[in-house]
Design a binder for this molecule. Structure first.
Ligand code: NAD
Ligand code: LMR
Length: 274
C-alpha cells in the first residue's frame, strides 16, 4: 500500500540552497524512494515571483513522489501541518565575514517563524535549521517555540561532517563511502572541532582507524582541522556565493538518517542544543 505523503517545509525556497534542495526532496533523496511528499515552500514577498518559478519547475519536472506544492509568502500557510521543517530562509555571509556577522538579520526571522511552527506544524515536527548562525538560530527557535520537543530542534553540522569525510577520502585515496564515524564537536563555525579519533576506513583487511592509515598526526591535528573549519569561507572565495549543493545534500542526509536511521555500525552526531 502506498504511504501517506509527508509534508516538508523549506523556508528561503527561492534562494540558492532552496533551488538545490527542493528537487532532492521531491526525488526521494531526503525521505526515501517510496515516500511521497508534499512540499511547502516559503519565501518573502520580494521573492514571490521567483518562488512561483521554482514551483513551475517542480511541476515541469514531473516527480512521481511529489503529491503537491504549496508556494507562499505567508508563514502560517507554509507551516500548517508540516512534519519536517528545513529552515533555510535568511541571509548568507559574504567574503571576509564570519557567520555570526549575519546574526542580527537572521535571528529575528527565527523568533517570528518559531511561533508559526509551534502553532501550526504537525505534532512531533522535526526541525532542521540551516540558516546561519545555525546553532544560534536553532536556540532562538527553541526559545520561541517551547512546545516543540527540544530533541526535535536541530541545526546543520552534517555539512561539516561530510566535509571531514571528503578530506579523509581525498587524503587516503579511498571511497568516501568507506570512511565513517567522524565527529564534529561544537558549533557550525570556525571554532568547531572535527574529530577523527573514532573514525575508520573499510579496507579489504577490515576496519582500520583513520589515524593509523593517515599516519601523519601533524596533518590530522593541523591542516585537516583548519580545512574543515574554513571550508565554508573557501567556497565563498571560489564561488562568490556560499555553498549550496553540498548544503542541500547534507540537509537531506541529516533528515534521512534522523528519520530512517544510519547504517549499522555508523554514527552521526547531530548539531543539537546541548
Ligand atoms: P540565498 O540568499 O540564496 O537564499 C535565502 C533565501 O531566504 C532568499 O530567497 C530570501 O528571500 C529568503 N528569505 C529571507 N528572509 C526570509 C524570511 N523571513 N522567510 C523566508 N525566507 C526568507 O541564501 P542561501 O545561499 O540559500 O543560504 C541560506 C542560509 O543558509 C544562509 O544563512 C547561509 O549562510 C546558510 N547556510 C548554512 C549552511 C550550514 O551548513 N548550516 C550551509 C550553507 C549555507
Ligand atoms: C558553509 O559552511 O558553507 C555555510 O555555513 C556558509 C558559510 O557562510 O560558510
Amino acid at each position: 500500500m502506498a504511504k501517506d505523503p509527508v509534508r516538508v517545509l523549506v523556508t528561503g525556497a527561492a534562494g540558492q540552497i532552496g533551488y538545490a534542495l527542493v528537487p532532492m526532496i521531491a526525488r526521494g533523496v531526503m525521505l526515501g524512494a517510496d515516500q511521497p511528499v508534499i512540499l511547502h515552500m516559503l519565501d518573502i514577498p520580494p521573492a514571490a515571483e521567483a518562488l512561483n518559478g521554482v514551483k513551475m519547475e517542480l511541476v515541469d519536472a514531473a516527480f512521481p513522489l511529489l503529491k503537491g506544492v504549496v508556494a507562499t509568502t505567508d508563514a502560517v500557510e507554509a507551516c500548517t501541518g508540516v512534519n519536517v521543517a528545513v529552515m533555510v530562509g535568511g541571509f548568507p555571509r559574504k567574503e571576509g565575514m564570519e557567520r555570526k556577522d549575519v546574526m542580527s538579520k537572521n535571528v529575528s526571522i527565527y523568533k517570528s517563524q518559531a511561533s508559526a511552527l509551534e502553532k501550526h506544524a504537525a505534532p512531533n515536527c522535526k526541525v532542521l535549521v540551516v540558516a546561519n548562525p545555525a546553532n544560534t538560530n536553532a536556540l532562538i527557535l527553541k526559545e520561541f517555540a517551547p512546545s516543540i520537543p527540544e530533541k526535535n530542534i536541530t541545526c546543520l553540522t552534517r555539512l561539516d561532517h561530510n566535509r571531514a569525510l571528503g578530506q579523509i577520502s581525498e587524503r587516503l585515496s579511498v571511497q568516501v563511502s568507506d570512511v565513517k564515524n567522524v565527529i564534529i564537536w561544537g558549533n557550525h563555525s570556525s571554532s568547531q572541532y572535527p574529530d577523527v579519533n573514532h573514525a575508520t576506513v573499510t579496507t579489504p583487511a577490515g576496519e582500520k582507524p583513520v589515524r593509523e592509515l593517515v599516519a601523519d598526526d601533524a596533518w590530522l591535528n593541523g591542516e585537516f582541522i583548519s580545512t574543515v573549519q574554513q571550508r565554508g569561507a573557501a567556497i565563498i572565495k571560489a564561488r562568490k556565493l556560499s555553498s549550496a549543493l553540498s548544503a542541500a545534500s547534507s540537509a537531506c542526509d541529516h533528515i534521512r538518517d534522523w528519520v530512517l536511521g544510519t547504517p549499522e555500525g555508523t554514527f552521526v552526531l547531530y548539531g543539537c542544543l546541548l
